[in-house]
Unconditional design. Sequence first.
Length: 397
Amino acid sequence: MTDFEATRAMFDLPEGVIYLDGNSLGPLPHGVAERVARSITDEWGEMLITGWNKAGWMDLPARVGDRVGRLIGAPAGSVTMGDTLSIKVYQALASALELREDRRVILSDTGNFPSDLYMADGLCRTLGPEYQLKTVAPEEVEEALDETIAVLMITEVDYRTGRKHDMARLIARAHEVGALTAWDLAHSAGAIPVDVYGANTDFAVGCSYKYLNSGPGGPAFIYVAPRLADKARPALSGWLGHEAPFAFDLDYRPGAGVERMRVGTPPILQLAALDAALDVWEGVDMQDLRARSLELQQIFIDRIEASCSDLTLASPRDPQIRGSQVSFRHPNGYAIIQALIADGVIGDFRAPDILRFGFTPLYLSEQDVETAAEKLCAIMAERRWDQPEFHRRAKVT
């Protein structure tokens, strides 16, 4: 059994703060600051450019990729790190479209994260008017899969409501009609059990600064199924995805396997932070994590619904189709979240009316959840949210 008291002790949590962010930024694990400082002083400072060889910087995307791969059910050598999630979405979609060159449609759903849709739309516009991004309601995705679809692009867990798609079912259906799949695991990796290989996923991408706790702007990852890794050609054919970068060949030759999905220079300090943050996951069983997350979520839902009738549950009531978050709706959601933050409980807001709360057993206790619910209900009962400073919108919501 996973010892969540032990994992809680591995985080630097501010005194007096309950962190229910849902999840746009994981907290700071112990050891990360020291590791980054060492990378700066002992490696960059002392080794200078020789650090690429002496400190193994060039191998970090693959080595850290394997550590992330363990959390998403990916075999060794099938995940690489670097760039941003949007870049990795673009790469996965472009490669999938080329592998299905007789088809022109990307299928997604209206609950997908807007950035993914922006990247898909931009790619279609670049390729020409015959290419199309088609979106349907999340519940209609399976029905919309037919022989016209080149690639299905889905975020497994809806960033607003926490609704979870049935990955294995949709992949099987997509493959039946000859389509490929690209999954965004931003709200899955480190939050729920994922098995990209077992589910026969074609491509998967995700960021590391949420449940993997790599810090703001942490690097993204991309998974390519081993059966496709030497067939998928990267549209963003970067120098470090070349077969022999230091041959300085003027013609691009893709590297072996997922290594061809590398684009720019690896973000060494961010990768060092992620590498240290992943130490928290040693000994964590994802099934234990899932079970405990659902327990904490249910406590929160029960307390809120018993005492805060003004809040409406936006997440699925069935825990089996819910990720690691719980969302409620209220027309003044933004102000309520600001009042809650002022009272020491950090949740977050998603337009137009979503109060979003994440439940991460690695550092959250049952008492944290009980206290957070009590404070939220008190704010609602006393209308403490209805003050000018809580309605004033900040640049980041």
